[in-house]
Design a protein around this ligand. Sequence first.
Ligand code: 28F
Length: 642
Amino acid sequence: MNDAPKKYDESQIQVLEGLEAVRKRPGMYIGSTSSKGLHHLVYEIVDNAIDEALAGFCKNIDVKILENNVICVTDDGRGIPVGKHPKLGIPAVTVVFTVLHAGGKFGGGSYKVAGGLHGVGSSVVNALSEWLNVEVCDGKNIFEQGFERGKDVSELKIIGSGDKTYTKVTFKPDGEIFEEVEFDADVLLKRLREQAFLNAGLNITFSDERYEEQENSETLCYEGGLASFVEYIHEKKGADCVNEDVIYFKSTKNEQSVEVALQYNTSYNELILSFANNIHTAEGGVHEVGFKTALTRVFNDYARKFGVLKESDKPFVGEDVREGLTAIISVKLMDAQFEGQTKTKLGNTELRKVVDFLVYEKVSEFFEENPAQTREILEKAMNASKAREAAKKARELTRRKSILESSSLPGKLADCSDRNNEYTEIYIVEGDSAGGSAKGGRDRTFQAILPLWGKMLNVEKARLDKVYGNEKLLPVIKALGCGVGFDLDISKIRYGKVIIMADADVDGSHIRTLLLTFFFRYMKPVIEDGRVYIAQPPLFKLSRGKNVRYAFSDRQRDECIKELAGDSEVKIDIQRYKGLGEMDAIQLWETTMDPKTRTMLKVHMEDAEKADEVFTILMGDKVEPRRLFIERNAQYVQNLDV
Ligand code: 28F
């Protein structure tokens, strides 16, 4: 250990200030210190290895979770340079791990993006790790350096020799920073698989070595790239495909590449995933716009040319040509501009035309060369277009009908007096008895009640025109007042919160799932806006004389028993609520509706692809994928009523 007195020159001070800044406000660099932020540390290191693959020098990346949640990532690239940094006079690899946003990768001329959540650099991971070890082989010597909470605790030193080049980074996230230090292997696996799809031929191996008995490892390598990605998505949710082949094309021009894969399935939903430099552009951007406009144009041009669309027929609109579409768009470019609220919208305007031109040219080519598959695809677009027209008529009809009726609000709605949708809430309640108690218990200034009745529709297997005709959903659409499907205008929504309140039994969870499917498929912005909640009524009422407690789980029930019994063996009355109707209005208010005491689950959508898969599996018509899903997830279900 080099114990010479530390010379605190300017560069040392810059290093310390940088790391201090990261440890003081980690959320600024990795989004949060929750489990999501914890996993972001791994993505950052893996992204650097993938950049080395993008540069063409790395073929294999290995990711391991070792015991007590230590991560080890290795790539067989050139190895981070160990030579002295020209300006700072210390090894380049030490700069990469101690200077914020360091590394030549940021000096332009690479795919790395500076700032934001992407490419925050290895130094942030180092600062947020209890310890980190970097090992580099330059084809001759093996070098190693250790750090603790970002500070180097040893000089870079030679620990051996080797004839292969590689970089290996091992680190233990700092428990002082992260509330949760337990890694979720499935979360890492999903992200690594996505990166393997996005980088055709890259070989990523993953293993979770925390538990002796069940070491599981996976090798992820897809020569088919995005085409394999589309096949994987369809296979995972048991989708039936309309056309046999995945339409796939890639074009690279002056260090810019555009890669697209698309295929149609028989569902009514569209799933488009877009990426820029391997980063998921959840907010879309120019590449998605270019793709969508070109697709609509090529459908219309081809349909006109071959008489599928007659002169008198209206042209296809975007939603017609995207019904049942699974598409992945991946662009790689220098100096990508990320915009939007979460820096996940691609802004490079010149790219829109590039993507548009390529998609138009390549999809036309496919149509010309595959008339049979094209006929299937266009027929589906025709049906979608007809259903859209029918939905428009159904909507006009409901509008006209409601204009004929006194109010355009549903008869069963017990509205609230306040009109400001900052505060108002609507409880969608299953069953008239529960609806009655909810009306009796609510605070009518800001709480509206809509009792549901009639047959519910599983929208997973229905188009929008059927939704308008459904007696259970139509009142919900009218009460919320913001429309549905592609003409939903979230600014018109009449309530700040939409709260689903159903019994805690199997029927209640079925109606809840059907409603969530409806919101996800036809009112997604209401979920994305964080307005959908699930009421949590109590499962038990415990009483000892006048002393009453409510419990929302078995564990809470047992705690209440101890609390009420104290140290005397006395009888405690325990009532298991079978349905909301068993509670009177006051109890329902106190336990489930009073904002001061209630607990509610907020419905949020971390990952559109995952949500699409879950709804397709749970609500779709394929039994096998559903059985597998239930088998895999039954372990997480509390109070399973078997
Ligand atoms: C397990 C994580 O971080 N791999 C990396 C490289 C390779 C180079 C590099 C990285 C250049 C001057 C900073 C090598 N030779 N895996 C990784 N592999 N960084 S990170 O260079 C970084 C800058 O200092 C590299 C020639 N050019 C670049």
